[in-house]
Design a protein around this ligand. Sequence first.
Ligand code: FES
Length: 100
Amino acid sequence: MDKLFKAGKCQDIPLGEGRKYLIHGEEIGVFNLGIEIVAISNRCPHAGGPLSDGIVTGHEVICPLHGRKVNLKSGCVANEKEKVKVYEVVLKDGEIYLKC
Ligand code: FES
């Protein structure tokens, strides 16, 4: 059963950027899309690129290593069969919680 884990504060992630959080040994990228905060596994399935360091365009992030586009809502990755895991985000009193 999934539990809620506190990641950080909403104000710590600027609009259109991502931040990395380590929860139970898992690197999770959390992104501020303006109208919502979304979270995915931070490792690109192509070669492990740190997705939270990528450039956000719309609801996609461009992997900083080789440029594959990762959909931040579905976890789908351009030119890859493997998806990245998408985490449910709960916002409460300005804090970000992730269901893991
Ligand atoms: S590691 Fe992400 S595109 Fe290569």
